[in-house]
Design a protein around this ligand. Sequence first.
Ligand SMILES: [Zn+2]
Length: 488
Amino acid sequence: MKTTKITAKYVIGFKDGGHHIYEQGELVYRGDTVLFVGHGYQGQVDETLAMGNALVGPGFIDLDAVADLDSTVLAFDHQPGWKKGRLPASDWQRRETYSDAELDFNKRYAFSQLLLNGITTIAPITSILYREWAETADEFRRAAEIAASLGVRAYLGPAYMSGYGVVNPDTRVEMRFDEQRGLKGLEEAVRYVEQLHQYGDTIQGMLAPDRIEGCTPELLRQTAKAMRALDCPVRLHSCQGEFEVDMIHELYHGMSSVEFMAEHDLLDSRLLLPHLQLLGGKQPSPEKIQRELALLGQSGASAVICPLVAGRHAKYFNGVSRFREAGINISLGTDTYPPDMIQNMHVGAMLSRVTTGNITEASAADYYNMATLGGARALGREDIGRLCAGAKADIMVFDFDGIHTGQVFDPITNLVINGNGRDIKGVIVNGDKVVWDGRLVKPGLDLQQLHHQAQQQFDGFIASYPERSHRHPPLAEIFPPSFPTSRP
Ligand SMILES: [Zn+2]
């Protein structure tokens, strides 16, 4: 096994329970494991990588990582969602929009983008809007191969659901349920997780019920049971938007989403909760929100907040200090394109300050902790999201020689406020170099070719919107251009 030493102007180690900045630091790892972080390593090494004016830190952990060609970007300037294909029309005959090969390509493309952004651990998500139903175990068997071939650490499980929302021609929205199909999806997902062990540590299982309003009480109860039997994470989108809050209220006698999860035994330290923006249900009161914070805190469940996608949709998470007081762990997800964790930290810090009217509500270090230690805690792991002896060698190298990175006064603050994912020049996962000099290392991956094919597939995907959209208008009406457009 090779022993590698990395040196850099800043090495972010882990000491006394938190991150620690080693100036002119050294990081040594052998195989997949970190041996040493600090100064003056005395042991033998086989190679030394001198990174110079750079920050070497733990790879980021992304618990809502788009494994898709992102479709939420289409909603940035095209609203309301129910008119623009964000909810399928009730007369749409559900079908697969992408072929298997295209679905696989989307994952290969998305996983590469995540790695290029310094994200070393992912819990992927795709949209089920354009699917015949939800995700399938077969597709995820292939996803495991793709993740393993690219070298990303992944928590995988096919999304399942008992129902989905539709919009009727008269604009009424409603849920359509098929409980048996949901339970079958869970069964398949459980079998999938049980069979994943062949990949070793880097590919792990996760249960991924698609979103809370699409889960019947029975599906939630069975998911909670399976979570405990498999001892694996469960990720469930909740407290995300008004449609969800209204539906849960209407279907379950005025309950809020947190109450609904508590009622069916899902609140647990293995539970990952994107986006947790709307606590307290349809009629929130300070007391009700406090009660929900206490419930979440006692359970050990983790928030997964996704600032960029939230801000783009006029949403925000304003709970950094309140969640901390309640003992709720906060982790991050990128959840949109670009999958740029650094941009998410920056936007997150700004939204936290703006929405609380308090400039000290959240610091760059707070968000850096969420992207690393918070993600690790959410996954119940003490060997990722940090660099110290015994941790996994999951590493990202941020380049401070880029002329746009400005003047450094604090490497973490400057990374967050001046940097972005494009400044990451090296990524190592489990001791394996996967991105170097800004390029993918694994053979057979040509970034230009991925970029080109992704455009072609996305063009085809956009063309499928009229069939799913309310009253089926032509494409130009669903997504009119920003300005009148002429073509030769
Ligand atoms: Zn999400």
